[in-house]
Design a protein around this ligand. Structure first.
Ligand SMILES: Nc1ncnc2c1ncn2[C@@H]1O[C@H](COP(=O)(O)OP(=O)(O)OP(=O)(O)O)[C@@H](O)[C@H]1O
Length: 247
């Protein structure tokens, strides 16, 4: 399988060995959802993939050439720029810029707020601006750390569907961290459940419907949902073991 390969990765913080001899392949051009208990190392893994954290051992190969786009729980918008400007500023000026920004705002329900500033927006709206900006930025690797967290359940399903449609217009390797089932069921091509101490992949799932489903009630999702729930239930909290001095 072509993609990003993490081989024998070790990451230790003082008093906490997060990864040791950790290996995982992230398929190219797909959405991989990372799940696992709190503090198991999901954000740490995104930081390794983004090149923000160098592991103490191991190799990361197959990273796409070019800039990385990161989306966080907190969208980190520029306070002095409007919604439209916050989205447009990641784009190199070219003819299609305006059309693309208007298209993203329209699809994500942001058009009525185009001239608003971040402090005038709710948490969910801010997150949607962050998503629009990530989709607008032409990076071959998209890393997302619980970017849908502020959305209520009704808005979540709708936003995931819209996000998926927009993502398919320009597919790129995407790694998405999530604690909820909606993201893996409605968005992901692959799901990796992390657990143990030190953390390792404990279960892999491929989405059963290659082109995605319309909503969470689709019965074809049941085996995946069951599998994820079972894998998560089998994991111990990471703090119970795996403590060590960094080396
Ligand atoms: N810079 C750091 N210094 C010390 N410890 C750190 C640092 N970054 C992360 N850790 C520790 O590494 C472990 C993994 O943290 P990480 O944020 O990657 O977990 P997570 O799976 O993303 O958690 P959550 O789901 O709660 O966001 C935690 O025990 C955390 O305290």
């Amino acid at each position: 399988m072509s993609g990003i390969r993490l081989d024998g990765i070790r990451v230790a913080f003082p008093g906490r060995l997060v990864f040791d001899d950790f290996s995982l392949t992230i398929p190219e051009g797909k959405i991989t959802c990372l799940m696992g208990p709190s503090a198991c190392g999901k954000t740490t893994l995104l930081r390794v993939l983004a090149g923000l954290l160098t592991p103490q051992a191991g190799r990361c190969t197959g990273l796409p050439v070019g800039p990385v786009s990161m989306v966080f729980q907190e969208p980190r918008l520029l306070p002095w720029a409007t919604v439209r400007e916050n989205i447009a500023l990641v784009l190199p000026p070219h003819e299609g810029e305006r059309t693309m920004v208007e298209h993203l705002m329209e699809e994500l329900g942001l058009a009525p707020y185009a001239g608003a500033y971040p402090h005038q927006l709710s948490g969910g709206l801010k997150q949607r601006v962050g998503l629009a900006r990530a989709l607008a930025f032409p990076s071959p690797l998209l890393l997302m750390d619980e970017p849908f967290l502020s959305l209520d359940l009704v808005l979540l399903s709708k936003t995931l569907r819209v996000f998926h449609r927009l993502w398919k217009e320009q597919p790129r390797t995407t790694v998405l961290v999530s604690h909820r089932l909606e993201e893996p069921l409605l968005l992901a091509d692959h799901v990796v459940v992390l657990g143990g101490a030190p953390t390792r992949p404990v279960a892999f799932f491929e989405h059963p419907v290659p082109h995605g489903v319309e909503d969470m009630t689709d019965p074809r999702l049941l085996p995946l949902e069951h599998g994820i729930r079972q894998a998560l239930a089998s994991i111990e909290e990471p703090r119970t073991s795996g403590r060590t001095s960094p080396s």
